[in-house]
Design a protein around this ligand. Structure first.
Ligand code: TXA
Ligand code: MG
Length: 322
């Protein structure tokens, strides 16, 4: 049984004590729901990989209540300090060299000598991190490869019975995962997300953009896997109409007719579209299968600002499955 906790004082205290006891607790952040465990507890971290069916080579992000707490575990470069001052708390994860004296379990970094750290902006998440007092490793709280959850109900749809509790703090504001930036060498964008590349470049200058396609051999960040964040129905990109067997993921005013439609944003607003993307993929997936539809057709979304991250997730959702 998975306990459903509300994000008030008592629920947050209970979630914090479960985390300290080595249990798995999903919690809302401004990006997506995370599946949290005490990052210093090897058995708890291993349980995250088991609950998600996540491959052990895919490292986890560590969450902290403050930049000061995060930088106790990694070697913060001058860029890291500048970015933290500008974007934390917020949807940015920084990959930095791990400090040799950090008690964070090596499984969190999947054996790499780096760690991804982040300070979320969401009030309930910050209260939880402050109350539990340990670094919290948390991947998105979905089955590995599936669409990330943006409500407590999405978490339960994937993981009910397999985790100890969900702290329900309502729907996530941003709705896309954090941007992942590697600062262990030349600053390299590993995953587009809630902070745009342009916003990062305004603070630290030109970034290297890691190749989006799946590299052969060494995988720099498994968020780069070509097929990821995928609903169970196949997805067709750049649709201008929907066929009789297709559900429609629309964008903008007056979309074409379809058997089932979810509009990311009638007004063409990219922030609204990001916050509605993952819920829409889940809803069209369920409705489409109920109605006997065989595919989701996705209308084009502009390649600017958050639109880059939305297009990144849509491309991965449409990639051939493995
Ligand atoms: O918004 C988010 O980042 C959410 C919330 C819960 O914080 N978390 C999340 O975690 O999306 P996850 O595990 O689904 O994605 C983490 C990404 C993966 O692509 C992983 O490969 C990459 O970060 N990552 C983590 N540690 C890394 C490291 N040491 N080096 C390179 N990439 C790393
Ligand atoms: Mg994920």
């Amino acid at each position: 049984m998975t306990l459903l906790l509300t994000a008030e004082q008592a629920g947050i205290a209970e979630a914090a004590s479960l985390l300290r006891a080595g249990r798995l607790v999903a919690f809302g952040t401004e990006t997506v729901y995370g599946l949290g465990a005490d990052a210093t507890n090897a058995r708890a971290v291993a349980a995250i990989f088991a609950a998600k069916g996540r491959p052990r080579f895919n490292p986890l992000i560590c969450h902290f209540a403050s930049a000061e707490a995060a930088f106790r575990h990694v070697v913060a470069t001058p860029e890291a300090h500048r970015l933290a001052a500008t974007f934390w708390p917020g949807p940015l994860s920084l990959v930095l060299r791990r400090r040799t004296d950090s008690p964070i379990d090596f499984l969190v970094g999947a054996g790499l000598d780096s760690l991804a750290v982040r300070v979320p902006a969401h009030a309930a998440a910050r209260a939880l991190l402050a109350a539990c007092g340990v670094p919290v490793a948390a991947p998105s709280a979905n089955r590995s490869g599936a669409v990330s959850p943006t409500t407590a109900a999405h978490v339960l749809a994937d993981l009910d019975g397999g985790i100890d509790a969900v702290l329900d703090s309502g729907p996530c504001d941003v709705g896309l995962e954090s941007t992942v930036l590697d600062l262990t060498g030349e600053p390299t964008l590993l995953r587009l997300g809630g902070v745009s590349a342009e916003a990062l470049e305004a603070v630290i200058g030109k970034l290297v953009r890691a190749r989006a396609a799946e590299p052969k051999g060494a995988l720099r960040s498994p968020g780069q896997l070509a097929s990821h964040y995928a609903p169970s129905l196949p997805l067709r990109l750049n649709a201008t109409t929907a066929g009789p067997d297709e559900a429609l993921l629309a964008f903008g005013p007056a979309p074409p007719e379809a058997g089932a439609t979810w509009n990311l944003s009638e007004h063409g607003d990219l922030t609204e579209a990001a916050s509605r993307l993952f819920a829409g993929l889940r809803i069209l997936d369920d409705a489409g299968r109920r109605l006997g539809l065989t595919r989701i057709a996705a209308m084009p979304v502009p390649h600017e600002g958050l639109g880059d991250a939305i297009n990144d997730r849509l491309t991965r959702a449409a990639a051939p499955r493995r």
